[in-house]
Design a protein around this ligand. Structure first.
Ligand code: IFG
Length: 514
């Protein structure tokens, strides 16, 4: 009798503490499939199961509401937000070294706790928690579950402060809802900046009250001659607010003095000869220039920057500066030496394509060069860095999402390189440019130019799976950089994108499940 009792007790004990057989056999839990790879992951036996009565407690109401909004549709659970809850988001108790954006996530069979020093840190912890749940949690309709989160501890913080995506809404206009959905998706991978390329030869996309024809006329078409469009100030504020709730900062770009045909077509007086050129719907670059010798040009720039700065809570104004082939070097420098101080006087920090590193262009406090070159060295950039400039790495042959994956890709172009996902992943932003130490690298950004990108499906196909690769380079420690490991973790994202309805490129370099 005693023997039976002892055996029974042992069986019960085993059943309570041992993880479900599948997890044990599997050895690999969702904790091993996180993208971006965290700084440290320590799986533990067991799992936490969301239940209909699970509540969320949080020191930040915004992140709690966001988490509930993510979990409610697929689970069908009420997930009320209360003072106490099995899921808790805390702004105290996080290790100091996680910094402003890091977090500590602890999962036990009884509770899920995220600790961070800021709401942004809690938000990043929520993105990790999201990936620890089954892909079906991304469904907008109720799914059966169970909703298990593998137990363990994740302690995490980003390598670079600036992790960006860029959307060119000038070549082809993309409506507010598309931009908001793009924001939702870049948030999945802890990207924290969205750069909007708001003006170019083919279109002006933001309403400016003092120069109304910029949007009404300059925004009335696009590449290929379609109807174009523009954001009203209300639209732009809506995008900024949507991004802010996801701890994403909007970086608006007004590209000057080149890439300005839409503005020049809108106002004859902006042209040196007083004659407005026709609207342009082709894809050539480098043919337009503001008239740097006319005073009205500086009134125009000042008015535009003042209205844009007032709409933009973020610290950056991007003033372009690329491909000003129709502006002499002397005029280019003279123009920038007047325009950049205007942004600074508005309390903003200037970002520009790396051509603004031209020696005659004066440094402005905290200015940032966005490097889009093809080579591993640029002496002017290195010189500007020694003068205090920082760099956002966007090498066109690594991060340009409008590059074809391979010669068969219908969309995109090839001028910089064919870019399959491994090319987007296998480089180091911290060591990419000679003479630019990691300490001068603010981070990375993946631009999506839209000469050939017309629809939201086009945009998704080109962004996924390469954008998560660039996001990992921006977030994860260099020590975690490993293509074989990344391609396995990326494969696990596939079912999540399917559930989210993202029409991604099924790269042959990745063994997508199912
Ligand atoms: N270069 C131009 C973009 C766009 C791009 C397409 C920069 C900074 C080629 N400038 O990239 O306007 O046309 O790949």
């Amino acid at each position: 009798m005693v023997r039976m009792f002892v055996l029974g007790t042992l069986l019960v004990a085993f059943a309570v503490v041992a993880p479900p057989p599948a997890a044990v056999a599997q050895g690999r839990t969702a904790m091993h499939d996180l993208v971006p790879a965290p700084v440290s992951v320590r799986p533990a036996p067991g799992a936490f199961a969301l239940r209909p009565g699970t509540a969320i407690a949080s020191d930040d109401a915004g992140v709690a509401a966001y988490l509930a909004g993510v979990l409610r549709p697929a689970t069908g659970y009420r997930l009320p937000i209360r003072r106490e809850g099995a899921i808790s988001l805390r702004l105290k108790g996080a290790p100091a070294h996680v910094g402003r954006e890091g977090y500590q996530l602890d999962v036990t069979p009884r509770s899920v706790t995220i600790k961070a020093r800021t709401a942004a840190g809690l938000f990043n912890g929520v993105q990790t928690l999201r990936q620890l749940l089954p892909a079906s949690v991304e469904s907008t309709t109720v799914r059966p579950g169970p909703w298990r989160v593998p137990a363990g501890r994740v302690v995490d913080h980003p390598r670079f402060a600036y992790r960006g995506a860029m959307l060119d809404v000038a070549r082809h206009f993309h409506p507010v809802d598309t931009v908001k959905r793009y924001i939702d998706r870049i948030a999945l991978y802890k990207i924290n900046h969205l750069h909007l390329h708001l003006s170019d030869d083919q279109g002006w996309r933001i309403a400016i009250d003092t120069w109304p024809r910029l949007a009404s006329y300059g925004g009335s078409t696009q590449v290929g001659g379609g109807p174009g469009g523009h954001y009203t100030k209300t639209d732009y504020r809506e995008i900024v607010a949507h991004a802010a709730r996801r701890h994403i900062t909007i970086v608006p770009e007004i590209d000057v003095p080149g890439h300005t045909n839409a503005a020049l077509a809108s106002y004859p007086e902006l042209n040196c000869d007083g004659v407005a050129p026709p609207l342009y719907t082709g894809t050539r670059v480098g043919f337009s220039s503001l008239c740097t010798s006319k005073e009205i040009t500086y009134t125009f720039v000042r008015d535009v920057l003042a209205e844009l700065a007032a709409l933009t809570p973020g610290p950056y104004l991007h003033l372009g500066g690329d491909e000003a082939d129709a502006t002499s070097d002397a005029d280019f420098a003279a123009f920038l030496n007047r325009a950049h101080p205007m942004a600074v006087s508005l309390g903003k920090t200037v970002v520009g394509w790396h051509q603004i590193a031209a020696p005659a262009v004066r440094h402005s406090p905290g200015r940032v060069l966005q490097y889009w070159g093809l080579s591993g060295s640029d002496p002017q950039v290195a010189e500007a860095v020694s003068g205090g400039a920082k760099v956002i790495m966007s090498p066109a042959n690594k991060t340009y999402l409008d590059m074809k994956y391979d010669p068969t890709t219908r969309l995109g172009t090839t001028w910089a390189s064919l870019i399959e996902v491994r090319t987007a992943y296998d480089w180091d932003p911290g060591a990419h440019l000679t003479g630019v130490p990691e300490s001068a690298v603010l981070g990375v950004e993946a631009p999506l130019w839209t000469e050939t990108i017309v629809t939201e499906d086009d945009l998704e196909y080109m962004a996924f799976p390469r954008l998560p690769a660039v996001a990992e380079l921006g977030w994860s420690p260099r020590s975690a950089h490993d293509w074989e490991g990344f391609r396995e973790r990326l494969a696990a994202q596939g079912p999540r994108w399917e559930t989210l309805g993202i029409g991604f490129h099924r790269s042959p370099q990745v063994s997508w499940p199912g």
